[in-house]
Ligand binder design. Sequence first.
Ligand SMILES: CC(C)(COP(=O)(O)OP(=O)(O)OC[C@H]1O[C@@H](n2cnc3c(N)ncnc32)[C@H](O)[C@@H]1OP(=O)(O)O)[C@@H](O)C(=O)NCCC(=O)NCCS
Length: 183
Amino acid sequence: MSNGLPTLAGNGVILRQLGADDIQRLFEIFSDPEVMRYWSRGPFVDLSEARALLGEIDKGWREDGFYQWGVTIAATGELMGTTTLFRIDRDHRRAEIGFALGSRWWGQGWGTATVARIVTYAFQALGLHRLEADVDPRNAASLRVLEQLGFRREGLLRARYHVAGEIQDSVLLGLLSAEWAPP
Ligand SMILES: CC(C)(COP(=O)(O)OP(=O)(O)OC[C@H]1O[C@@H](n2cnc3c(N)ncnc32)[C@H](O)[C@@H]1OP(=O)(O)O)[C@@H](O)C(=O)NCCC(=O)NCCS
């Protein structure tokens, strides 16, 4: 069933709607402790959590504040992870972004390609003028992806998350549409 999320192609990736056929792969990605090291929740332990994620994604689209795409390699169709625009605020024309790829696809430029594509969609198609990301200061790969695309560090939010017994700080980064220069 289509929830109406647009398919976005560019930079060698295709961002597309997720479906029931993707549950096993989603579980594989989100149950990996390496991928979830700096996430705002612990790793999935049961396939039902991947199923529930799909339900949340459909609900998010209907309520117009939360868009989560599957990230695939354009050449092969392989699903590598997901990327999200959430807390989409039409009045203030801003949103937050998130992204996660399975660890076997790291270090090949896919993270940067994915974030570049979603940023272009947010600014050009949705007409937003500000994007935000909030990242654990130890999450060097995510900070690198964002900063090399022009996001600037705007503040350190102390003890913002409590995940699996660990209190985590958070760096808030922002990018304005006027600053956006697609790679
Ligand atoms: C963040 C993430 C998507 C990056 O994906 P990726 O495909 O490896 O990113 P890229 O290959 O585009 O790499 C981007 C840059 O980060 C650098 N980088 C990658 N891993 C790094 C690390 N562990 N430490 C420092 N820099 C790193 C790369 O060298 C590259 O920089 P360069 O262009 O100067 O060489 C991936 O690490 C991930 O899914 N992490 C887990 C989920 C997560 O934490 N999401 C963010 C929550 S806010």
